[in-house]
Design a protein around this ligand. Structure first.
Ligand SMILES: [Mn+2]
Length: 471
């Protein structure tokens, strides 16, 4: 007998909204249609993990274009969404692949034209009634485009200002799709610049999280926290970065089918001064610190956490001073963050606090240091949501007032060479410290979703302390 148990869970992310998911996705599309008021076509990813790359990239349980995920909850390649707010016949059509039994034999269940049961499932999750064969897309689009009075239409591509110039991401599926549409529009004799970018309206609607997103983000935090706690309690068993990565990711993945937010960074000693260190293959030595940047997804939400702690389980005096400089800056940012402020203003708070800390708490007691950058090593944070780094990739949002519901990372860091003589002992280390939490912005302040994850010197040392009941 054919069992339907969990058959479709790989294909759909209902956001935990269950029976309400249909309404939720429909509301999102309706709001976009209200704002745009024009015909729109949005593409999903054309191929799945490993489809156009080498096998080494084949692992990724959630791979859909985030815009498509946000509007439909579908996690299967080759879908196109057509939104036509001015149509009285059907204002939304989803175009999907035909059923492919051979592909299914290799890769598992997929929905498709020719399998009515699967299309019923598509309708019930997405709330889109009109589901058609993707091969009809071009003809339907042409008919709809020609019929409307306004000779424009919208699609999504990633665009922003870089060094004063409008720039696009030209290497992704969104841009490929845009070029394809432009080609068709030329043939259909549409006016120049008939194709409009819906990015601004899309992000304005997508970035503020709703209660389901926040619940999912909290779940991702809980699982990530569980992995971190287990890691610290067992840390003395590990000799190198790779063992830590294996253990930590194993602990986390045992509790989520939605995968990691990104491959973990496990950087000990001087390796932590490489911001996106990924080799994870060095041995530990007892006096250094380890920086780990890690997290999991739950549904489509992410946790993005960084912690830095001593290999020995005890911060040395210089490590403690430097660590607490970063921690104070992080807490200052959290206290300041609220709707209406910009992330650029948070940057000023953050790096001002770090520099002030270096002067008052380190230089003043004879500390010497050389940083690897002039004013700041990186931004204090980035937007999060459907993607671990969400919002426009050019980060033009950093100068816009933050909105209630935005999720941002709060991740001050300190990277460089430090030397201090204390009580007759000299400490001399090349160190990277970063502490990262995730905040949801509210009207009056913010919620720190990561507040349960140990980060004070005391909390960390307590978790790493040997169990007194075991000899
Ligand atoms: Mn981050």
């Amino acid at each position: 007998m054919k069992s339907l148990k969990k058959v479709y869970t790989g294909i759909f992310r209902d956001g935990g909204a269950g029976a309400f998911s249909k309404r939720r996705f429909r509301d999102r599309r309706k709001k976009l249609m209200e704002r745009e008021g024009q015909l729109m076509a949005i593409t999903g990813v054309p191929y799945g993990p490993g489809g156009k790359t080498t096998w080494s990239y084949a692992y990724c349980p959630t791979y859909q274009e985030p815009a498509m995920m946000y509007l439909t909850g579908i996690n299967q390649n080759n879908v196109i969404l057509l939104l036509d707010p001015n149509s009285k016949v059907s204002d939304e059509i989803l175009f999907v692949d035909s059923k492919d039994r051979i592909l299914e034999f290799w890769e598992g269940v997929r929905f498709g034209v020719g399998d009515d049961q699967s299309l019923r499932e598509v309708r019930s999750v997405t709330g889109i009634h009109d589901v058609r064969d993707i091969r009809e897309f071009k003809d339907v689009l042409k008919e709809r485009f020609m019929k409307q009075k306004k000779k424009t239409m919208g699609t999504l591509w990633l665009e922003g200002i870089r060094k004063g110039k409008v720039t696009s991401i030209t290497t992704d599926h969104n841009f490929d799709f845009k070029k394809k549409l432009e080609g068709w529009l030329r043939v259909w004799k549409a006016p120049k610049k008939a194709l409009k970018n819906i990015m601004a309206n899309h992000f304005e609607l997508r970035l503020p999280l709703d209660k389901y997103d926040i619940a999912n983000a909290r779940k991702a935090q809980d699982i990530t926290n569980g992995g971190f706690k287990a890691l610290l309690k067992n840390f003395r068993n590990f000799k190198n970065e790779c063992q830590v990565q294996g253990f930590l990711e194993g602990q986390m993945l045992m509790n989520t089918p939605f995968g990691l937010s990104y491959p973990s960074i496990v950087a000990s000693g001087v390796n932590a001064t490489t911001l996106h260190y990924t080799k994870n293959d060095d041995d530990f030595s007892n006096n250094e610190m380890v920086l780990i940047d890690f997290g999991v997804r739950w549904m489509t939400m992410h946790a993005d956490i960084t912690r830095t702690f001593p290999v020995s389980g005890k911060f040395n005096p210089m490590q403690k001073i430097l660590y607490e400089i970063v921690l104070k800056a992080q807490i200052a940012v959290e206290k300041k963050a609220k709707a209406g402020l910009t992330m650029e203003e948070l940057n000023t708070v953050c790096w001002g606090k770090v520099n002030q800390g270096l002067e008052r708490d380190f230089k003043a007691i004879g500390g010497k240091f050389k940083l690897q950058y002039k004013e700041r090593p990186h931004g204090v944070g980035h937007l999060m949501g459907e993607q671990e780094h969400d919002g426009d990739p050019f980060r033009n949002y950093a100068r816009q007032p933050m909105k209630p519901g935005w999720m941002i990372s709060n991740e001050p860091g300190l990277y460089g060479e430090f030397r201090l003589r204390l009580k007759g002992k000299t400490y001399d280390e090349k160190i990277g410290i970063r502490i990262e939490d995730n905040l949801v912005i509210t009207k009056t302040g913010c919620l720190n979703l990561s507040s349960k994850i140990a980060k004070t010197v005391q909390q960390i040392e307590k978790l790493m302390a040997p169990n007194p009941y075991i000899a």
